[in-house]
Design a protein around this ligand. Structure first.
Ligand code: UDX
Length: 479
């Protein structure tokens, strides 16, 4: 068959983390629904975890154009790849993965009788070496930033923050206002900036990585964001002044569900979990009253201390509310916790609590028994909660989560920001406020935002149209 008559071939390369992998796999499915050929490139480490814990391979068989490829991240197998040590992956990717990636594209191994050579690359903005290789070979590349647009704007404003003398600061006077992030002058404080801004100097390797992404952004063909125009219109306008070609195509999990139903009739179950999901919590939820349970999860990366864990545990039990709590096996720093409930908390936990190592989160949030979400404010979790119409308490850990939690409380009014404190009395009070005392106050905005989010992915609306435009642009670049 004439290669030119074959569909476009898009290569997608996510940052090797749960959130980005989850998000980009959803985009891969959406492009397959449009008839594209998609090669999804995972690191060996991520791929083995994904295949161990999900049926992703059999699920994706329904798309003839989809295939996985893997590449080494260059780290030894027993490297933790989490918490503070995640940063080590970037040097290793640049040293080992970059030449392998170049070789993979040059060798022609990704094309066949039924697949053209790669016509476009969609890459996480943090993987800057991919742009360099794509330019060498002459393949157009789009960035996909899977974090929140409010954090993307804060990152884009870092050069301005430095020029204005607002960065660096020494981690002190965290309530001082920040004036150099456009559109956020009225409410942003030092403590709300992405966590890397708290480093006392400009030599921080993560900060340098962000500055590289900011510098390279104009050389890409465009920026894809997992958001919708209606939640962040003014923020998106400011981002467009850095990168005019923007595609806001989220919330991707809702968008995928809508398009699968539209094209195939049956809604997709789409777990991309890197941990084993404990589905027994769904049976437990079935037995709980309507909106009575607070769901607690701090995502895939947050690592806390035993002391903080106990503050949360006492706060949860003392609140008297029912709770479903995800405590990942690797969530406690430097401790081998035997997962036993402390004696003084046993009664309250047994009566009202359920603890799992990893949950089917999208299903949990959509369950009628869930009335609130105590979250770290990772962008996927935030969007999943918005679509499910669940109000949140946000205890940010790092990265974009600090700014997300400020937006949650000050701009979107979807819940409360609990950053920079971990105290059982505050946990108890906030849970009671969210689930009872201030519930009506939050539910107005929560219901309104859920409706806007769900509508944005329906036919002809903002995210739906933006995805159509992305598909057309990818097609025209493949001619
Ligand atoms: C990381 C960063 O921490 C975050 O700030 C950034 O926005 C994206 O990358 P992560 O900790 O993985 O995020 O959080 P989040 O973005 O919320 O993604 C977690 C994903 O894991 C969600 O899709 C959630 O549904 C899923 N999850 C979480 C489960 O399926 N089960 C769980 O028990 C917990």
């Amino acid at each position: 068959m004439d290669q030119q008559s074959l569909p476009p071939h898009v290569l997608i390369f996510p940052l090797p983390l749960q959130g980005p992998v989850n998000c980009m796999l959803k985009l891969a499915e959406l492009l397959c629904l449009a008839g594209f050929h998609v090669t999804f490139l995972n690191t060996d480490h991520i791929q083995s975890r994904l295949l161990r814990h999900t049926d992703v391979q059999s699920r994706l068989k329904r798309y003839p154009g989809f295939r996985f490829e893997t590449i080494s991240d260059g780290l030894p197998e027993d490297h933790p790849r989490s918490g503070d040590r995640f940063i080590e992956i970037f040097d290793s990717l640049a040293a080992t993965t970059k030449p392998l990636f170049r070789e993979m594209l040059n060798s022609g191994c990704l094309s066949s009788d039924t697949a053209r050579p790669v016509t476009c690359i969609i890459a996480d903005g943090f993987l800057d070496f991919l742009l360099v290789v794509a330019e060498e070979i002459g393949i157009p590349l789009f960035y996909f930033d899977t974090t929140s647009p409010c954090s993307v704007l804060a990152y884009l404003s870092i050069p301005k923050l430095i020029d204005a003398g607002e960065l660096p600061f020494n981690g002190n006077d965290l309530d001082a206002p920040i004036r150099s992030v456009p559109g956020m002058e009225a409410f942003l404080r030092r403590r709300d900036l992405p966590s890397l801004c708290r480093a006392g100097d400009l030599d921080n390797p993560v900060l340098k990585r962000v500055l590289t992404e900011v510098r390279l952004l104009p050389r890409t063909k465009g920026l894809i964001l997992n958001t919708f125009e209606e939640i962040e219109g003014p923020i998106l306008s400011h981002i467009r002044s850095h990168c005019p070609n923007l595609y806001a195509i989220g919330p991707l999990h809702a968008h995928l569900k809508f398009r699968v139903a539209e094209e195939m009739g049956s809604p997709a179950s789409s777990s991309n979990s890197l941990w084993e999901e404990d589905t027994s919590c769904m049976t437990w939820l079935d037995a709980q009253p309507l909106k009575s349970v607070i769901y607690v999860s701090f995502g895939s990366m947050a690592v806390t201390t035993m002391e903080n864990l106990m503050e949360f545990w006492h706060g949860l039990v003392n609140s008297g509310k029912r709770f479903l709590w995800v405590i990942r096996p690797d969530a406690i720093a430097g401790e081998t916790w035997d997962r036993q409930t402390p004696a003084e908390l046993q009664e309250g936990t047994k009566e009202r609590g359920y603890i799992v190592g990893w949950a089917p989160q999208e299903e949990v949030l959509a369950h009628p028994a869930i009335g609130g979400f105590l979250t770290h404010g990772g962008w996927n979790s935030t969007l999943e909660s918005i679509v499910a119409g669940v109000p949140m308490i946000c205890w940010p850990y790092f990265a974009d989560q600090q700014v997300n939690s400020r937006f949650l409380e000050e701009v979107w009014k979807l819940g409360m920001d609990m950053k920079d404190t971990c105290d059982r009395v505050i946990v108890e009070k906030m849970i009671n406020d969210l689930m009872e005392v201030r519930r009506d106050e939050f539910m107005g905005s929560v219901d309104k935002m859920a409706k806007l989010a769900r509508t944005s992915v329906s036919k002809g609306r903002s995210s739906y149209s933006n995805l159509d435009r992305l598909i057309e642009d990818l097609r025209s670049m493949s001619l």
